[in-house]
Design a protein around this ligand. Structure first.
Ligand SMILES: [Fe+2]
Length: 388
């Protein structure tokens, strides 16, 4: 087996780093920075200190604060239009996965011709984009260290993955203080997105020893810290562990890709606008149960990493503990345990199945998966049936 492990993004981690963004960008050669963020980040008071730091270091900047959830091709092109009004040499993304994915799309389109959706798929981008520095404000997407951006095609409600080594951010600044005041439901949804990345990456058919090491440690860190981050909120230590684990899971899945949870959750997001992390969390136990026969030893590892007692159990029995531990975690974090509660309508099943099968993530899912399997997983997740 031939595999490569490449993580070109420089990661700086520490409390207060966001307020030093100007210092880092200046050292990296920036002079004129295009800042991509959203109104929520501005209103939460997170943008001001970053802009002050740019000013203190003599950097020019322009702010695009119209990032939308599940960023569309149109929102990327709108940002691109604003970027084109004056020369910029770096893009600074401040926000959750949507802001970072939008920034990555703008960065690529600043240099390449055509439309962002022309580049759907793997390795379709001809030239590197503008350098992106990402400052995540949630511990979830891992987008600050990944080679992909997810862009919604509003005409087809399809979330397209654009994947290329040219999309890796140049640097990520991980500042746990930015996540201290995250609302509980966002801590839960984004944290479960990160856990899904870690679990899907660990069991992916294309996982490597490098990616598995990052993924299983991320499972351990998220399992050990998500409750405290959710219930206490301003506990910096658990917030830091979540932020680092989220980036580690991102590093893992940018090598291994993901699996059936993301194949299905992207279509649930595109069609029903269910928040990405919530859709993942609700689907995760059902996909784990489906995958269990294909990778019981790895599921046992996940059970151990989540703190389950597995002494004397067979790998399959231990793997079932992992499935139920994730379902229990959803309950603790007040995330619905079935797709019915999330407003999914099974009339859309043919489109959901077709779009999920179009995702490259199905190909690396540990258990062989065809359209009828996707349909069964969705039906089980809809009914809350964890028995098969
Ligand atoms: Fe995700």
């Amino acid at each position: 087996m031939h595999y490569r492990h490449s993580i070109p993004t420089v990661v700086e981690c520490g409390t207060g780093l966001a307020g030093r963004a100007g210092e880092f960008l200046k050292n990296w050669g920036a002079k004129n920075v295009f800042v991509v963020t959203d109104q929520g980040i501005r209103n939460a008071g997170l943008l001001g200190p970053v802009l002050r730091s740019l000013e203190e270091h003599g950097l020019k900047y322009d702010v695009f604060d119209k990032t939308v959830p599940d960023p569309s091709a149109e929102s990327v092109m709108e940002g691109l239009e604003q970027l084109g009004r004056q020369p910029h040499d770096h893009i600074l993304a401040l926000g959750g996965g949507s802001s970072i994915d939008t920034a990555k799309g703008i960065a690529i389109m600043a240099v390449n011709k055509g439309h962002i959706l022309d580049y759907e798929g793997v390795n379709k981008i001809p030239r590197p984009g503008l350098p992106v520095v990402a400052i995540p404000t949630t511990a979830g997407s891992g987008s600050e260290v990944t080679a992909s951006t997810i862009i919604t095609n509003l005409k087809t409600s399809f979330k397209a993955a654009v994947i290329s080594p040219y999309i890796f951010p140049k640097a990520a600044l991980l500042d746990p203080a930015l996540t201290e005041n995250l609302p509980q439901e966002l801590t839960a949804a984004t944290g479960m997105d990160a856990l899904t990345h870690a679990i899907e990456s660990y069991t992916s058919k294309t996982a490597t020893p490098f990616s598995r090491a990052l993924a299983i440690e991320a499972v351990r860190m998220i399992g050990g810290n998500i409750r405290k981050a959710y219930f206490v909120g301003n506990d910096l230590q658990s917030r830091e562990q979540m932020l680092v684990a989220s980036a580690m899971a991102g590093m893992a899945f940018s090598q291994s890709r993901l699996g059936n949870v993301h194949a299905i959750s992207h279509t649930l997001g595109g069609v029903f606008h269910i928040p990405h992390g919530v859709a993942n969390a609700a689907l995760l136990p059902y996909v784990m149960m489906y995958n269990l026969p294909a990778c019981p030893e790895k599921m046992k590892d996940i059970a151990e990493a989540l703190g389950c007692r597995v002494d004397g159990l067979s790998p399959t029995e231990a793997g079932e503990r992992a499935v139920h531990a994730v379902a229990e975690l959803n309950r603790t974090l007040n995330i619905p345990s079935n797709l019915r509660e999330l407003g999914v309508d099974l009339k859309a099943l043919p489109k959901l199945v077709e779009d999920a099968m179009r995702s490259g993530n199905v190909l690396v899912n540990p258990r062989r998966t065809g359209p009828s399997d996707i349909e069964n997983i969705i039906r089980n997740a809809y009914e809350g049936n964890l028995s098969s």
